[in-house]
Design a protein around this ligand. Structure first.
Ligand code: GLY
Length: 317
């Protein structure tokens, strides 16, 4: 039987490599998503997810996460949770609830506490330094503090044909307290239906939500589009609509997979990357960019991968 897994950004490579071996042996799509996203959340030097994620304007790390089961369409989501180690595990647990499956702030924290999830101070010294530097820069230069955002979003297909999707993010650096982006919002940051396929997004949440982009991609796949065509069409349509109506579009990048393990990726920026693995494909990083309204991608070169690792090593010192 086929299996597959695809995720936004190079940061997912280690987690995907680990769970790939187990997916081959029968690991469920749900456990694969949780385990692989936990690996990203636990790694202290990724600045946009979990431990080490950059804080809001009050220097607090508020995390958003979601999990969806493509067989039952159940989803769990949390927004603005503080001081819990693995938001994806809380979201996955919430997906078992018939009611109250999307919780924010104190409600999410109470739920996590009652269900025994591990607490952790998620604000690192490095994140505090980034915060102090950005405050200074923003005040001195009058800059907008907001840029694009690198959320980890991941879709898996297991050998029984079940599909799941998960997301995890610290949201926009310097966001307002309580701001929630697309990542925990069903249809925008994620969507999956095992009878069709799944999609997940990264970029500027405020713009991604304007197009309910993940649902749109799954809808296009249901109409018969190959995942690549669905991703290209959905991203280009939203990008053009935002430019026409608002003068510009924020960062929009997506990955998707159908229930045959075929996949696609699309972006409106010039430096998106993603990771994919499957029955016939070893875990690989691809570099994607938008050229004249179309996404092109190629496997990352050894030079690119080495430079990435060096950057991460330097940030450890
Ligand atoms: N895409 C993540 C966010 O905007 O929070």
């Amino acid at each position: 039987m086929k299996w597959g897994i695809i995720a936004t950004w190079r940061m997912a490579l280690e987690g995907i490599t680990e769970v790939s071996r187990d997916l081959e042996k029968g690991l469920s799509a749900a456990d694969a998503i949780e385990k692989a996203i936990m690996a990203v959340e636990d790694y202290p030097f990724y600045k946009s997810v979990g431990y080490g994620g950059l804080p809001n304007e009050n220097c607090e790390v508020e995390l958003d996460s979601a999990f969806m089961d493509g067989d039952t369409l159940s989803f769990g989501a949390i927004g603005g949770i503080r001081d819990f180690k693995n938001p994806i595990s809380v979201a996955k647990k919430l997906s078992e609830e018939r009611f109250n499956s999307f919780l924010v702030g104190i409600g999410a924290e109470e739920y996590a506490h009652k269900n025994g999830f591990e607490r952790k101070n998620m604000l690192t010294d490095k994140a505090i330094k980034y915060y102090n530097d950005r405050v200074k820069e923003t005040l001195e230069k009058g800059l907008s503090p907001y840029e694009g955002h690198d959320t980890v979003g991941m879709i898996s297909l297991d050998i029984k044909g079940k599909m799941c999707v998960g997301t995890s993010t610290s949201g926009l650096f310097m966001k307002k307290r309580g701001r929630i982006g697309d990542s925990p919002v069903a249809g925008s940051g994620f969507y999956v239906d095992s009878e069709i396929g799944g999609a997940t997004a990264t970029g500027l949440g405020e713009d991604l939500m304007k197009g309910c982009i993940s649902y749109e991609i799954v809808r296009l796949m249901a109409e018969g589009c190959h995942p690549q065509e669905a991703a290209d069409r959905a991203v280009e349509k939203l990008n053009q609509k935002l430019i026409k109506r608002r003068g510009k579009a924020g960062d929009i990048s997506v990955v998707c997979m159908n229930n045959k393990g075929e996949w696609g990726a699309a972006t409106n920026i010039d430096s998106f990357n993603f990771v994919v693995a499957g029955k016939d494909q070893k875990p690989a990083v691809y570099l994607a960019k938008n050229v004249d309204g179309k996404t092109i991608y190629q496997p990352a070169t050894k030079e690119w991968l080495d430079a990435y690792e060096k950057r991460i090593e330097n940030s450890i010192e």
